[in-house]
Design a protein around this ligand. Structure first.
Ligand SMILES: Nc1ncnc2c1ncn2[C@@H]1O[C@H](COP(=O)(O)OP(=O)(O)OP(=O)(O)O)[C@@H](O)[C@H]1O
Length: 545
């Protein structure tokens, strides 16, 4: 979408106020030119000098007031638009499903919410200044028409030819801008590998050199070439307009007197107007590359928002303001559950199921299986994070329907292998500080972190310690079903033993249902049941009790 149309669309009543003020400031600055030139031509006439000065002062005050108003309001408006847009996108993202989120990728959303939305605020003030200049140009041309109709017609012809040449030269820039954005994303992705894979590349010169020399550098060079190419085309457009300005002067000075009877004093005035409008003309032209870039960013934002709307609209709405009622259950499970990933080329990927399973309330169940056997995928399906291709989730043997999905999800607390550790206990309000300090102590983290002023003082911990902190959050959430995906894998032998022999039994005693994917066969006897997975199916059901 065109950037100015986007601004107008998003700005509502304030946009109309700003447009009016911008129009006034542009129009008054146009009139200022006419006042100055009028005053210059009657400078020796004492009777007129006071009234000219008064008009000049009034116009100047009016222009400054209107400009100040429009720019101040524009700052409020654009920052408001960026805030609204970021929150609107973030709100849609939080309503999307995990499967969709993973498909798009967190990095893409991150760029959208940071770099691409920032373009709007960077461009808006320039665009508003340029709009005022455009209005001033119109007034100035009106004044030329007032001075001499042939001069006006000639100037208009020169400007029209310039605009056509400008648009033609700009036509090739748009696809180039889009290519630049794509290449920029590729380059940033490679930079991400350099930054996130820092320890790995420090340990391996070949890897370091390959990533930098064979991938990052060529990507940077392609990006530079694209940007230089785009820049050159913008230089062409700037040259066209600057030349047009001199052509316009030449037309007024050399051609106009040949075509019509015009007083030399009028030619001087028209030339002065043309000189006056050079600055505003440059401002209008200068903003065009930025408008083109902003339009590309707006298109990307708009496309993503449409995709998010489709995603959010394809699921029953969820009330995220009020938590759903709790759900009393005797059993949870899955019936005829099937799922299939899609490979990057769109072909069918790893398939899971059919799976039929029931977990009884208060049971401790371990899921074992080799790497890639489908344990994590099953847990995401079972907890309602992934949509099954067929079959359903059940509570008390009854299928969970779409509108009940969030209520179902609220039954669980989960620690996945790639969990995120929050520094605050979001969603938990009545926190018992003493109980929390005790939990920190139980997890042997007292000398590492504390909970102060609503946040953990330190979350820069070892992987095992981070998992213990995540476990504290899970315990505080007090959900009836706890899911652990290889939680103990990063614990030292002592704490691992503590987890299986003390923490899990204590949770079971409290009535919690525990489902854990684990490779810790030494502790399989601590579960009520151990289920085995292979090739996306459950293959064994060994009851321990
Ligand atoms: N996002 C994805 N897109 C396509 N295929 C995937 C995706 N995530 C996982 N897979 C495939 O699904 C299969 C099962 O993966 P899953 O993570 O469920 O296994 P797992 O049993 O938890 O393994 P591990 O013990 O290594 O954690 C794997 O073979 C993997 O290649």
């Amino acid at each position: 979408m065109n950037f100015l149309r986007f601004l107008w669309h998003e700005s509502g009543a304030m946009g109309r106020q700003i447009s009016f003020a911008t129009f006034c400031s542009g129009a008054i600055s146009g009139f200022l030119v006419t006042i100055i030139l009028g005053a210059a031509s009657t400078a020796t006439d004492n009777t007129k000098s006071f009234s000219n000065l008064l008009m000049f002062a009034v116009a100047l005050t009016g222009m400054m007031t209107a400009k100040r108003f429009s720019l101040r309001r524009a700052t409020v408006l654009t920052e408001g638009i960026v805030e609204k847009l970021r929150l609107r996108l973030a709100d849609k993202i939080r309503r999307a499903e995990l499967f969709y989120f993973e498909k798009i990728g967190a990095e893409r959303f991150h760029t959208l919410l940071t770099t691409e939305t920032q373009v709007i605020s960077n461009t808006a003030t320039m665009a508003i200044n340029a709009s005022a200049s455009a209005v001033m140009l119109v007034v100035a041309f009106g004044y030329i028409a007032f001075l001499s109709i042939p001069a006006f017609v000639l100037s208009l012809t020169a400007i029209s030819v310039t605009i056509i040449a400008y648009r033609l030269s700009l036509r090739s820039v748009d696809p180039l801008l889009r290519q630049t954005v794509e290449q920029e994303n590729r380059f940033f992705a490679l930079l991400g590998h350099l930054l996130k894979g820092f320890p790995e590349i420090k340990m391996n010169v070949r890897k370091n050199h390959d990533l930098f020399g064979q991938h990052l550098q060529p990507a940077a060079a392609t990006l530079r070439d694209l940007k230089v190419d785009t820049g050159h085309r913008f230089v062409n457009t700037t040259i066209i307009t600057h030349s047009a300005f001199y052509v316009l002067l030449a037309v007024v000075i050399f051609l106009l007197p040949r075509l019509s009877q015009v007083e030399p004093s009028v030619i001087v005035k028209i030339s002065a107007v043309v000189l006056f409008i050079f600055g505003p003309l440059a401002e209008v032209v200068g903003v065009l590359p930025f408008l083109a870039k902003a339009s590309v960013a707006i298109d990307a934002i708009e496309k993503m928002e449409q995709s998010l709307d489709r995603e959010v609209g394809s699921h029953p709405p969820v009330d995220l303001e009020n938590p759903p009622r709790s759900w009393d259950f005797e059993s949870v499970g899955v019936r005829d559950l099937r799922f299939q990933y899609e490979n990057a080329d769109g072909s069918p990927g790893y398939a899971l199921g059919p799976i039929n399973l029931t977990f009884k309330r208060g049971e401790t169940v371990f899921i074992k299986g080799g790497n890639g056997s489908g344990k994590s995928t099953f847990l995401k399906l079972f907890t309602g994070l992934y949509p099954p291709r067929a079959g359903c989730i059940t509570v008390n043997e009854k299928a969970v329907l779409g509108p009940q999905l969030q209520r179902y999800r609220e039954l669980f607390s989960i620690i996945f292998t790639d969990f995120h550790l929050f520094d605050r206990l979001y969603g938990l309000h009545a926190i018992d500080d003493e109980a929390l300090a005790q939990l920190i102590d139980d997890m042997e983290l007292t000398d590492k972190t504390a909970f102060q002023e609503g946040r953990f003082t330190n979350i820069e911990l070892s992987t095992g310690q981070r998992k213990r902190l995540a476990l504290i959050t899970v315990l505080l959430e007090n959900k009836p079903i706890l899911i652990f995906d290889e939680w103990a894998a990063d614990q030292d032998p002592t704490f691992r033993r503590h987890f299986y022999h003390e923490i899990l039994p204590a949770l079971k005693k409290e009535g919690k249902t525990i489902i854990a994917a684990t490779h810790d066969d030494h502790y399989f006897d601590t579960a009520d049941r151990v289920l085995g997975m292979d090739f996306g199916r459950f293959v064994a059901d060994e009851s321990n009790n």
